[in-house]
Design a protein around this ligand. Structure first.
Ligand SMILES: Nc1ncnc2c1ncn2[C@@H]1O[C@H](COP(=O)(O)OP(=O)(O)OP(=O)(O)O)[C@@H](O)[C@H]1O
Length: 258
């Protein structure tokens, strides 16, 4: 099950009417199809996180609308249609790693034996099986991020929102988790914020390029690389897409797909 997202003519102004007002997003339209994997990429401050937070209903648009699975974002949020993994891991310090991963399952009233088994499976997947009984403060930043990823995947949400979830990871772990993410999210709608061009190309069905002040979408690059595996990262077509995204980030017009 996956949920489409429609962002329609959205403008977001912070501190409206004050001298420090910031137009973070201006007239943004973005449609993400059910099951599509879309990455947002752009220079720091272009509004990627703001766009993701609007979809997550963590902030409201100044004008325009956001729907998830046809529902206004606040209603979709109330119905727990999201899985969220943001850059700051957002773990609960008083809960063990396992109990953090179990939380979304608990909210859905999953029986405790099932949620414990699922949490262990996910912690194994992110390489933290031995840390289930630890508290977040006892883990490194990258380990905390992996717990947040396991938690986001716990209930196979129809929509997964990820804001630089792999930012603090070493390259090998990062590549392994990219592959796992694709495997686990084959049928999930994903909106993924990253600063890495190669990561965006490897993961996405479409890369959305943004420009700053005010944040706008300046290019959308569909990526067709088929099923990803190790050789994909070394293929000529992969590098052609990387070049294309890099050019779009520099403001060059986007030509047809390679
Ligand atoms: N709560 C807030 N109050 C005021 N301004 C904000 C707030 N959140 C974001 N902004 C401003 O909105 C703009 C977009 O910020 P946002 O965090 O969305 O950018 P970003 O593209 O995600 O950046 P980065 O890549 O550095 O994470 C920035 O100019 C930022 O200063």
């Amino acid at each position: 099950m996956s949920a489409p997202v429609v962002v329609s003519d959205v403008t977001k102004v912070f501190n409206t009417g004050r001298p420090d007002a910031v137009t973070a997003l201006s007239q943004v339209d973005l449609t993400v199809a059910a099951g599509e994997f879309v990455s947002l990429i752009g220079p720091s401050g272009c509004g990627k996180s703001t766009l993701l937070r609007l979809v997550a209903d963590l902030t409201a648009p100044t004008s325009g609308t956001v729907t998830v699975d046809g529902l206004p974002a606040p209603q979709a949020r109330a119905e727990h249609r999201y899985g969220i993994a943001f850059q700051q891991a957002g773990l609960f310090g008083w809960r063990t790693v396992r109990r953090n991963v179990e939380l979304p399952m608990q909210l859905r009233r999953m029986p405790s034996a099932d949620r414990r088994a699922r949490a262990e499976e996910l912690l194994d997947l992110v390489g933290l099986a031995d840390f289930a009984g630890h508290y977040p403060a006892q883990l490194s930043g990258g380990m905390q991020q992996r717990v947040a990823i396991a938690r986001a995947l716990a209930v196979q949400p129809p929509l997964l929102l990820m804001d630089e979830p792999f930012g603090a990871l070493d390259e090998m772990t990062r590549e392994r988790l990219q592959d796992e993410l694709l495997r686990l999210c084959a049928d999930t709608t994903v909106i993924f914020v990253t600063h890495s061009i190669t990561e965006a190309v490897y993961l996405s069905d479409r890369v959305v390029v943004m420009s700053p002040r005010p944040g706008r979408i300046t290019a959308e690059i569909p990526v067709s690389l088929g099923v990803r595996h190790e050789v994909t990262r070394q293929s000529d077509t992969f590098f052609e897409y990387v070049t294309k995204v890099r050019r779009a980030l520099r403001g060059a017009p986007v030509a047809d797909a390679p």
